[in-house]
Design a protein around this ligand. Sequence first.
Ligand code: FAD
Length: 476
Amino acid sequence: MSTVWDVVVVGAGTAGLPCAIFAAKRGAKVIVIEAADKIGGSLWLASGQISGTQTKLQAKRGIDDNPDKHFTDFMRINHGTGDHPFMKMFADNAGATVDWLQDIGWAPQDDHPAITYGHEIYTTPRTYWSKDGGIGLANALAPVFDAEVKKGNITLNLSTRMSELITNDQGGVAGVRVSANGNTEDIRGKNVVLTCGGYAASSELWGKFHQRPVRGHYWPHSQGDGLKVAMSLGADFKWGENFIPTFAGTSDPDAGDTKWINTVCVPQLRQPWEIYVNLNGERFLAEDNPSVDLRERALMKQPDMAFWSIYDEAAREKAPPLLFAWSKDKQDRAFATHADYKKGATLEDLAAATGLSAGALQHTVARYNQGQVVKSDAFGRQFMPQPIHKGPFYAVKHYAISVVSFGGVNTDLKCRVLRGNGQPIPNLYAAGEMVGFGRFGNAYLSGTSIGPAMTFGRLLGDQILVWNSNAAQAAE
Ligand SMILES: Cc1cc2nc3c(=O)[nH]c(=O)nc-3n(C[C@H](O)[C@H](O)[C@H](O)COP(=O)(O)OP(=O)(O)OC[C@H]3O[C@@H](n4cnc5c(N)ncnc54)[C@H](O)[C@@H]3O)c2cc1C
């Protein structure tokens, strides 16, 4: 007779690794199915910010903080949206995740926890930026996971893709169908945990849920497979309406449409020497407005959620680099060949190259320049470096981008996947981006994707046998 595993974990990424580790430590026989040829998932790309309170690191620095303050910050930043009980549970348990990661060898940057600026800021230093980015987190998890594999508590099947859920006669989930090397196999389990990420890489699902193309930087296996199979059993799809883009990204000319990078559009890190001009040739905000939430919302209202960042030769010479991580050669190549990087001897030339109206662009620049001279800007901009008047002129097209998917399946606080009527689908669990980044509301909250993925993965792994046996008893 084929093995019936205690726990089948689909996806060896941010949520799946802690889930498998904790379930194995609790004595479960676990099998982990992973589509890629290595573990880690999105952690290979992530910058690695997590958040949490009352940690050993906060205590060491004498930072007075607690989960209620964390939750209050969530509410302030996301305007009271999102799934409050879920966010509260994360806030209550996030610090323990940070401590656990530190215990297993992970290190944040030296001066962290800190107030960080990529997203709207918290009131208290509680963001920890992984020293080696997301990879630092994956590297801390890997030895602990490998130890359980060596002990025989976890079996890992790499390069194996889950394509279907198997159900039993009572309508509960009884395993998964997978394919590897062209062969299909059924893997049976008492509990199936979907930790196979979101749909950030799926143009099909971005089109379906958001009526817009994918623009982002994402793990290629984030195709929404888990979402599709759960929804095929009636799982409730939620939170997609909370989509908001990050401000802002431009495509990497060396990576086509699969990689979008954030230029330094964060005034706290680099004051803008540029102006942002929408596709009508108009400015639409004070480029140095310190609220990233305000900038993101303003961008959402622009045609195609895009703008050109316009600057002149004087800014190129004097300003800190906009494309900070690129060599001169790469920048030259971008301006020579890529449709989103344009240069013109005059503003008229630049307008012709970008497709902007020459009249509108000249008018916008002239108005901005007047504001710079009299030190009073039409949009209230405070940073007044100099007018834009020395050719050649440059334009870099920026877009609303997203590295996460906002919609996901609804779950209860035990991570059980729920149908539209609120009833759990027996034996089916989900954690990580599968449950939607938008569950944290209509805003970006620092460290609330990796953190919840790991926290709910950890709690689920630790409790799944208990929760499932309680559920079975209740059903008897
Ligand atoms: C560039 C970038 C920067 C980011 N920075 C941050 C940050 O600083 N802080 C933060 O909180 N969040 C950040 N995020 C988001 C965060 O990394 C993800 O939301 C989170 O890691 C998702 O965790 P997960 O476990 O749901 O998915 P993943 O970590 O992607 O794991 C899912 C796993 O499932 C596998 N899989 C997929 N489909 C199948 C299938 N059918 N069968 C088997 N296996 C499958 C995948 O290969 C993958 O290994 C960032 C994301 C990106 C892309």
